[in-house]
Design a protein around this ligand. Sequence first.
Ligand SMILES: C[S@@+](CC[C@H](N)C(=O)[O-])C[C@H]1O[C@@H](n2cnc3c(N)ncnc32)[C@H](O)[C@@H]1O
Length: 215
Amino acid sequence: MEESELDSSELGTYKYWKEAYTKEISNFEDHGDPGDVWFGEESAFRVIDWICKCGIDKDTPIIDLGCGNGHTLSELAKEGFTNLLGVDYCMEAITLAEKVAKSEYPILKFQVFDIITDDVKNLGSFGLAHDKGTYDAVSLNPENAKENRRKYMEQIVDMLTDTGLFVITSCNWTDAELMRHFSEKMKLKCVIPTPQFKFGGKVGSVVSSVVFEKI
Ligand SMILES: C[S@@+](CC[C@H](N)C(=O)[O-])C[C@H]1O[C@@H](n2cnc3c(N)ncnc32)[C@H](O)[C@@H]1O
């Protein structure tokens, strides 16, 4: 079935994120405000809770794709996970994440990496890949969203170990759409029940959190 693409948005552009994180760095330096928890804390914690209970070892290599300010990784570090890498294509996001993590979670590693164009072989492989809002941003890109979504999925498969899990939270795609997109390359493990939210001016869509495993 031919999937229709989302209406594009500035949230799908590099320019938007560069400006957003430049402001957030100033806010952090001036007031200690680490910035947004995208889609709300409740939604974030449901996923973190699921990861804590899914049975993986605490030293499993985990990557957060489009990590922004690094909030998810800080929470995982708080829960005792030790092998945590955050990547984002926006240098300012990585600078912010490093500044936020510096005093409390020096164990966290961050790296500038474009999930669409960079080579995953340079990252290593992961027992769990996490995404909150990044596949959304890729899908909202005014140029090549469809092709970029396809590349994104291939990159995920290539970075996972044979038993690796992919945990995605989206505000623009429903559970059913995510299952349709990713089941071409991975197997559905479960849907994590999540609350409702709004993103990028789009009508009150449901936040969807879905877990896939490598086939
Ligand atoms: C909605 S924000 C979510 C940030 C973070 N995951 C969170 O939940 O707080 C989307 C993030 O995806 C990043 N991003 C968008 N396209 C990307 C790409 N091609 N490669 C890496 N990161 C990307 C943006 O810079 C931004 O940090």
